[in-house]
Design a protein around this ligand. Sequence first.
Ligand code: FMN
Length: 462
Amino acid sequence: MKQDLRSFVEEYGRAYPGEVIRVSEPVGLQFDLQAVVLELERRRRFPILLFENVHGHTIPIICNVMASRRALAFALGVEEAQMPLEYARRLKEYIKPVVARDPPFRHTILKGEQVDLSKLPIPTYFPGDGGPYITAAMTVAKDPDTGVETEGYHRYQVKGPTKMGVSLHSRRRMFEYQRRAEARGKNLECAIVLGLHPVIGMGSLAYPPPEVSKFEVVGGLFGEPMQIARCETIDLMVPAWGEIVIEGEILAGVREKEGPFGEFTGYMARRSTEHVFIAKAIAMRERPWYQSISSGRVPDHILPLGVLREVEIRNALSRVIPNVRAVHVPTSGCAAFTAFVSITQTRPGEAKHAIPVVFGVDHYLKFVVIVDDDVDVFDESDVLWALATRVQADRDVVVISGSLGAILDPSASEQGLTAKIGIDATRPFGQAFAEKLLMSPEKVAWARELVDRLPIARPDPG
Ligand SMILES: Cc1cc2nc3c(=O)[nH]c(=O)nc-3n(C[C@H](O)[C@H](O)[C@H](O)COP(=O)(O)O)c2cc1C
C-alpha cells in the first residue's frame, strides 16, 4: 500500500469524483480556510480541499483529509460499513516499521539561520485565536526512559522564526515523555511532520500498551511495516512520506502563555500546558503540500478521534461483554466526552458492568449510555428515547466524581478534574417490559417503494 498523502488523495478522488476539490480561487491565511470548511459543513459536505493559490506563498494547502467516515474507510481499504470491525481488528496487530532510504522530505533542508517558520503558509483559524497555528502537527518523540516512539497531533502557535508555543493538554504519552525528560533537566527532542496518509493519523490516536511504538500500530493498520526515516539534526525516526518535517525540541523548565485557540469543544480555549518548542531544521519535499486541519468542532479535527474511541471501546468491551453491537462517540459530544453503546445482554448486570470499562478506555469520556440492541446508537433521537423511557434515575445512574478528565472541557476544573456519569438505559433484564411499536417488514418495504414514487420536494441541502 502506498503510504503517502498524495497517492491517497489521488486514489480517493478517482474512486469518489467530487470528493477531492482543487480550489484555484485565491485564499488568504486569515480565517479563509476555516470559513470555507464551515460553509461546506453547513451544507453537509466534507470533500478534501486543495487550495492551490494561497496569498503570499507558493506552497498549496491541503485540508479536510480526515473529515468523513468514507475517507477513513477508504484509507483502510474497506467499505464504510466494515470499518468499525476492521479498524478494531487491525488495532490489535502490531507490525514493526522499516527504515526507508532517501525519503522525499530530504529534498530541501533548511538549517541554522535559514530556519524561518514564516516560509510556511500557516493559517489563523478563528477570530480570537492567539495567532497562526500549525494544526496538523504530527509530533514524534521517544520515551527518554525506554526509547519507545510516540506520535500524536499537538497544536503549535507560531511566536517567531523558530519559536512556537505548544499545548500537550491530552496529557498522554507526549506529556509524560516531556515530563520524564524535564525531570532529568533535558529538553525533549521532537519532530513535527505535516502531510500524512490518514492511516498514520488514525494510528497515532490509538492507545497501545506503553512498550508498543505508535509506528507499530500504524503498521498494523496498513497491514505492512510503516516506512520511517531518520531526521537530519536530531536522533529520531519519522514517517518517511511526510511532506514537511520540522525538527526541534520542547524546552525543559520553560512555560509561556499560549493561546487562546478555537478548540474541539466548540469553545475558545484559554487553557494550555504552555510548553515551548524551538525549531532547529525544516526539511521538505520538492513542491510540498502544507496540511491544515481546521480547528473547532469540525469533522476534520474531531471525527478521527471519535472513530478511534469507538473502536478502542469496542475492543475493550469485547473482552468482557460477548455481544457488543455498536458504539458511537458522537460529534455532539465533541467526539470525546460522550459514548453510546448497544449490547445484547445475556447476563443481568452487563450494562452496568460495561460503564466503567468504557470510562477506562480514555480519560476524556464522561457521559456513557448503554442501550439494548434495538436502539440505533447512530440515531441520537433513538438514544434519547431510550433514556426517556427505560431509565429510572435512582436505579440506573452511576456517578464518579473527581476523576481525570480533559483540561479543555470548560465544565471541568482548571486541572481537568471532572465528574462522570454512566446510564444503564437498557430494559430490566429478564423481566416483562412494554412492547415496542413496530411496523411489519412487508409494509415497510411497500411504503418505501410507494413514497419513492411520490413527487415530494427534496430537502434544501443548505
Ligand atoms: C487534529 C488534532 C489536533 C489535536 N491537538 C492536540 C493538541 O493540541 N494537544 C494535545 O495534547 N492533543 C491534541 N490532540 C489529541 C492527540 O493528538 C492525541 O491524544 C494523541 O494520541 C496524543 O498522542 P501521544 O499519546 O503521543 O501524547 C489532537 C488530535 C487531533 C486529531
